[in-house]
Design a protein around this ligand. Structure first.
Ligand SMILES: [Fe+2]
Length: 303
């Protein structure tokens, strides 16, 4: 078995018929004790989906999945996204990746379409906030790691919302936020060119409720650096509110830091978490392969 960290099954939670799990920190993240064959069989997909909703992030160690195995695991958990090619303002094709697997790397020779957007990953974000139905989950497996930096951090936006005073929760539930690509990327690249800014601005904007009432019953803050402004609010007030909520939601108790090891697989519920990567050496060739699962429910405000 690919158990890592020297933790025996007897120390871990063991649901009947399911694989053992270990909480990573109290408020977010679980390690799932599973080997590759069991994972590829799809028999534990229901447990993994439930764990994603409950814990936000599921980490597995010692698997070493290749691209085809990554696709198989993704398909067992939901609908694998095969991205549509689209063109940016400069005419470049912005494809989603090879058969549903995207190379997450800053190396433009390995991913010419996306390398120039991925620097924005260093800021807290959700994926796909420009879409009506944001992706449900993301799977990420390392191919090459950096020696320094490159940890991925995850923040639980359900727990962050649950801890707010009830009066504030009710107030936030009435608000909507407009998400834009330029809001997401400009803070990460303030020395951008006029052409880059024009490209980012060519992406569609999307308005979402600030609070998501999930079908699971959970409520989460729909926060991301892509959040440009709160509809109908004075700009300064809107800015302060979004900044304050971002600071609140990324406090230590809501954040799991994943230190990558070769062979890892991390899966997260994109709808109830944010993520970001710690800065790393661009020359390291750091590369992870990503599959995305299509969203299953639109962002819906509480009734
Ligand atoms: Fe992302």
């Amino acid at each position: 078995m690919g158990f890592a960290g020297g933790i025996s099954e007897s120390e871990a939670g063991m649901p009947s018929g399911g694989k053992a799990t270990i909480p990573l920190i109290p408020r977010i993240g679980s390690q799932l004790m599973i080997d590759k064959a069991a994972l590829l069989s799809g028999r534990h997909a229901a447990q993994i989906r439930a764990l994603l909703v409950e814990r936000g992030v599921v980490v597995m160690r010692g698997l070493g999945v290749d691209d085809e195995e990554l696709r198989t695991i993704a398909r067992s958990l939901g609908e694998l996204r095969i991205g549509k090619a689209r063109r940016g303002a400069d005419g470049a094709v912005l494809a989603e990746g090879d058969g549903g697997v995207l190379r997450v790397t800053l190396d433009e020779t390995r991913n010419p379409e996306y390398a120039r957007f991925l620097f924005g990953n260093q800021l807290w974000h959700m994926d796909g906030t420009y879409e009506e139905v944001p992706p449900f989950a993301t799977l990420l497996a390392p191919v090459r790691l950096s020696n320094r930096g490159g940890d991925t951090l995850f923040a639980n936006t359900c727990a962050a919302f649950a801890d707010l005073p009830e009066e504030e929760q009710r107030r936030l539930e009435k608000l909507r936020v407009v998400h834009t690509m330029q809001a997401a990327l400009f803070p990460a690249k303030r020395d951008c060119t006029v052409e880059e800014f024009a490209l980012w601005s060519s992406y569609p904007q999307r308005s979402h409720p600030l609070v998501w009432q999930h079908r699971s019953g959970a409520r989460s803050l729909v926060l991301s650096t892509s959040g440009a402004y709160v509809e109908g609010m004075e700009p300064a007030e809107s800015h302060d509110l979004l900044q304050r909520l971002m600071i609140h939601a990324t406090q230590e108790q809501y954040v799991y830091r994943h230190k990558w090891q070769p062979g890892d697989l991390a899966i997260w519920d994109n709808t109830g978490t944010m993520h970001r990567v710690e800065p790393f050496d661009r020359e390291s060739g750091r590369e992870l392969h990503r599959c995305t699962l299509n969203g299953e429910e639109p962002v819906t405000a509480p009734a």
